[in-house]
Design a protein around this ligand. Structure first.
Ligand SMILES: Nc1ccn([C@H]2C[C@H](O)[C@@H](COP(=O)(O)OP(=O)(O)OP(=O)(O)O)O2)c(=O)n1
Length: 122
């Protein structure tokens, strides 16, 4: 098997991948490397916060940035996509290890937010 092949996905699957699918891929990734022992809730939380730091570094000292990042180099946008992904992947893995169905929890939270902040109120 080639490098990364065990968790590779096709173009179409990539467009429609769910949080649950990503969660399974992360589980396979950790299992294949015998890294499950490192993926404790606290370790994953710290790893995620570390990645939030790396994400912040991309914006550091740039001043305010326009939506869509019109003046950014493609390489900077690609880097941003990678750091956003690292945060997301650790968050998904953390939720999974804690036994939280993140898609379900997030959907419920959006409803709760909408009740707390009704549109006609603003
Ligand atoms: N024990 C680990 C180590 C890594 N990863 C995965 C989740 C992240 O998506 C990515 C993080 O990898 P790195 O720690 O190498 O971080 P970066 O990719 O940001 O590299 P660098 O810090 O060199 O920029 O790999 C993981 O699941 N479990």
């Amino acid at each position: 098997m080639g490098e990364g092949e065990e968790i590779n996905v096709g173009e179409e699957e990539r467009e429609n991948i769910s949080l649950k699918d990503l969660s399974k891929k992360l589980e396979e990734f950790a299992k294949a490397r015998d890294w499950e022992k490192y993926h404790s809730p606290r370790n994953l939380l710290l790893a995620m916060v570390g990645e939030v730091g790396e994400l912040s570094e991309i914006f550091q000292w740039r001043g305010e940035v326009d939506r869509g990042l019109p003046n950014w180099e493609e390489s900077d946008k690609e880097h941003l996509g990678e750091e956003l992904s690292d945060v997301l992947l650790y968050l998904i893995r953390l939720a999974d290890i804690c036994g939280i169905d993140l898609a379900h929890a997030a959907s419920k939270k959006i409803v709760k937010n909408a009740i707390k902040y009704p549109p006609k109120f603003f």
